[in-house]
Design a protein around this ligand. Sequence first.
Ligand code: PLP
Length: 393
Amino acid sequence: MITYSDRQISVISRKPVFQPAAALFTEREAKNALRFHRSLPDYRKTPLVSLACTAERYGIGSIFVKDESTRFGLKAFKGLGGSYSMFRILCDRLALNPETADYTIFLDEDVRRQCGGIEFVTATDGNHGKGVSWAAKLFGCRAHVFLPEGSAEARRQAIESAGAATAEITDLNYDRTVEYAAGLAEKNGWILIQDTAWDGYEQVPGWIIEGYLTMILEAEEQMQGKTPTHVFLQAGVGAMAGGLESYLLNRYPNNRPIITIVEPTEAACIYQSVLAGDGRTHSISGNPATMMAGLNCGTPCSIVWPVLRDGTSFFCACGDAVTEMGMRAYAHPVGGDRTIISGESGAVTYGLLLSVLKNDELRDLFGVQKDSVVLLINTEGDTDPESYSRIVQ
Ligand SMILES: Cc1ncc(COP(=O)(O)O)c(C=O)c1O
């Protein structure tokens, strides 16, 4: 089933089919999440950068990059999901209507007092934990964050300083750390706020995914009527990618964009699940090593798996060199294009796009043409500043 493979990039190409099940995350959910985010004191739309000189150099219509490196001062998009899901959980607990309530209600002293006794727990490579820590502080709650073995100390500290969480690095891989956090939630009466779903744990991750949709609503407004023909989405468990994919396939029924899902080779759980060909998800075991920490996840998110499996045109597994190339290209752009600070998990889609644009076989395969409109999401900035400087300089 592999359609293309070299030392750094492997591609599975599939004819996408649109299933009604893909209508999970639509405009309605997206609009409510955006409405909530707009009520936050730190809310500011992140920029959509047009890499016009690069697009011209490679003979395509446009390359747009939704740059999440400045979101809420957290250097990644993840706070969108952490804050919106916490809002929905608290609305449930305090019997507030989530369709009309917004953050301003949580400034009320009585409401804050009730939030004060609520504790959250999560497992994370870093960015989700930062978002949860920051959101817990916003709502006046507390959070406990556990990082998998090998996580950078800088990431642990960043979680604590982002807000109201304690953070600890475990000696477990990502999937085992999630199980550990779920066990602690049960034992201590904490609320698990996990950015992936499995059978029986769907509501909170569903809200997290709805929170991510704010990015695409903002991007659409910023694209001023242009519709993307190609969207490249990086995936860890695939929650962010699957949510945006579901939204896009529903939003443009007559001209659905070509979706490419991009993962690190070592932790390509979606790619491997598709390769297995039995329609089910498969996990990557052990402790996969990749510099793309945010994408280093072993099991696809159950809610979005059918959307990813059926609606995606290309599944790509990329080596670390691909994201390094993307990071450098964002940092040192051609012509008058704007510099974008992009970390290891943020830049892999750009590294892949450039590899496609430079290779005629891949250009044909991906159907890139002179009027193509590409949308990428830079999901993180320099979340590990030391590693970032080493790579881009
Ligand atoms: C920077 C960054 N990009 C992308 C992702 C992937 O998101 P998901 O796990 O929903 O696929 C993550 C996940 O933590 C991340 O931190």
